[in-house]
Design a protein. Structure first.
Length: 277
């Protein structure tokens, strides 16, 4: 079980899924004269510090044959399968050690030279976040989960992305705002999407299911964090396109778009706003 968790978890750790929203409320205001405000309040998971990641680190030192049916349910291995897996295990020992060393160094680089295995890693990351403007509260809950409050406002004269963490690479943006020369503004929120069909982290026959199976042996399952909350876009501009279910609603500052994010979300929020120049 743990070996399959390693196979599925490692690519997520090293290819951009460094941060993920948990339960949250977020709001973006785009107003006349380039005025803007953005808030995010709730949970952020850092996968490298999660219990799921810990299960994928160095837990493959003892051989254990693992066999699954087409539904990813555990089944008993045949004698031939056990022997085949043992032979492959022994043959790949040095390769596993080299891969572990390489991935540990890659993760350290992604985290800005912070070792995720260091007991003080979470406190160091929280301190870095609070050092940046906008992070009004950063509290470490445990198992890779932070409780945060972020708020910025001002004049939007260039593109905006949230979150950005000093010295850390590879974080997929939760929200991006891109300014066009013709006065249009494109808003995308790729992080506010559980990717149930596209990401093995959130698939029904995936890590979530295997983590629960792992709990049968250990007595404790790692929490699988999925984005769950609301994202509201308030604007005084003209809404040219959006993918909300209900469309724009009247607001004191113009119009508002609201997305409810959860397991049933089919695509990440997006909108195109126009301002007259």
């Amino acid at each position: 079980m743990k070996r399959l968790l390693i196979v599925l978890c490692a690519p997520l750790l090293l290819t951009g899924c460094l941060l993920s929203p948990g339960r949250f409320v977020s709001e973006l205001h785009l107003l006349d004269n380039d005025r803007f405000a953005f808030t995010y309040e709730g949970e952020i998971e850092m996968l490298a510090l999660s219990k799921l990641a810990k299960m994928a680190e160095g837990e493959e030192q003892v051989f254990e044959a693992e066999c699954y049916d087409d539904e990813w349910d555990i089944r008993e291995c045949t004698s031939a399968e056990v022997e085949d897996q043992r032979a492959q295990w022994d043959a790949e020992a040095e390769e596993r050690r080299a891969t572990a060393r390489r991935e540990a160094e890659e993760m350290r680089v992604l985290l800005g030279d912070i070792d995720p295995n260091d007991p003080a890693a979470a406190d160091e990351i929280a301190a870095r976040m609070q050092r940046q403007r906008g992070w009004e509260r950063v509290s470490y809950i445990g198992e890779g989960l932070f409780d945060v409050e972020f708020a910025v406002e001002g004049t939007l004269t260039h593109d905006f992305v949230f979150p950005t963490l000093e010295g850390m690479l590879g974080a997929t943006p939760f929200v991006s705002v891109n300014l066009r020369e013709d006065g249009k503004v494109r808003v995308d929120a790729p992080g506010y999407f559980s990717r149930a069909k596209d990401n093995p982290m959130f698939g029904s026959a995936s890590i979530a299911k295997m983590a629960l199976a792992e709990a049968d042996a250990s007595g404790e399952a790692p929490r699988i964090v999925r984005p769950e909350g609301t994202f509201t876009l308030v604007t005084s501009g003209r809404i040219l396109a959006n993918n909300t279910d209900e469309g724009p609603a009247p607001h004191a500052q113009g119009q508002a778009l609201e997305w409810t994010i959860g397991p049933a979300t089919h695509q990440p929020p997006t909108a195109l706003i126009a301002f007259d120049r």
